[in-house]
Design a protein around this ligand. Structure first.
Ligand code: SF4
Length: 180
């Protein structure tokens, strides 16, 4: 059986969802038998070298670079999976959504308690443009599957990956989508 090609990325996230992927422990050895990683921080491949079967997205979009990367993933991945609350709903970075963008930037660069002596807001063209708010992935591109959690449990990621590899439906047990 040919290996499934998988790509992963972190947009506006904390890498906790990637840590949860690695938290499948010794099953990582089984995973390597089943999948080949392409563009991903897991293997440090920076650019797509082929069309991928599955893309795993951590984090939402808080700047223009995130949007560019997400659209690139949509183009290069047949199936796109939003992994974790940040990808699905914006998560912690979206706490800024209720605050005017000017106020956020001034707090970060001029007025924040840890800012000392800075009098300018960085405006180099190389710096990605910050968006008016943090957007969940499905507001930018079509997302095929969602894996809830912050981060999703390793077992959930494992089960979802195996289902995608085998072409069977992803089973999300009640306790993984409802925390009551
Ligand atoms: S969902 Fe949680 S673990 Fe994943 S990137 Fe966001 S804050 Fe980090």
């Amino acid at each position: 059986m040919s290996k499934v090609i998988v790509a992963t990325t972190s947009l506006a996230g904390c890498f906790g969802c990637h840590m949860s992927i690695l938290d499948i422990d010794e099953r990582i050895l089984d995973l390597i038998e089943l999948v080949e990683f392409n563009k991903s921080p897991i293997d440090d491949i920076k650019r797509f070298t082929k069309q991928c079967d599955v893309g795993l997205i951590e984090g939402g979009c808080c700047n223009s670079e995130n949007v560019h990367v997400l659209r690139d993933f949509r183009k290069h991945c047949n199936v796109l999976v939003a992994v974790g609350e940040c990808a699905m709903m914006g998560g912690l970075p979206a706490m800024r959504n209720g605050i005017p963008i000017r106020e956020c930037i001034e707090e970060a660069y001029l007025k924040g308690p840890t800012v000392t002596g800075n009098t300018i807001i960085p405006n180099d063209d190389e710096i990605p443009m910050i968006l008016d708010r943090v957007y969940p992935c499905q507001e930018i591109v079509k997302i095929d599957y969602f894996l809830p959690g912050c981060p999703p449990r390793a077992d959930l990621i494992w089960n979802a990956l195996v289902a995608l590899i085998k072409g069977t439906p992803i089973d999300l047990p009640y306790e993984t989508v409802k925390f009551d």
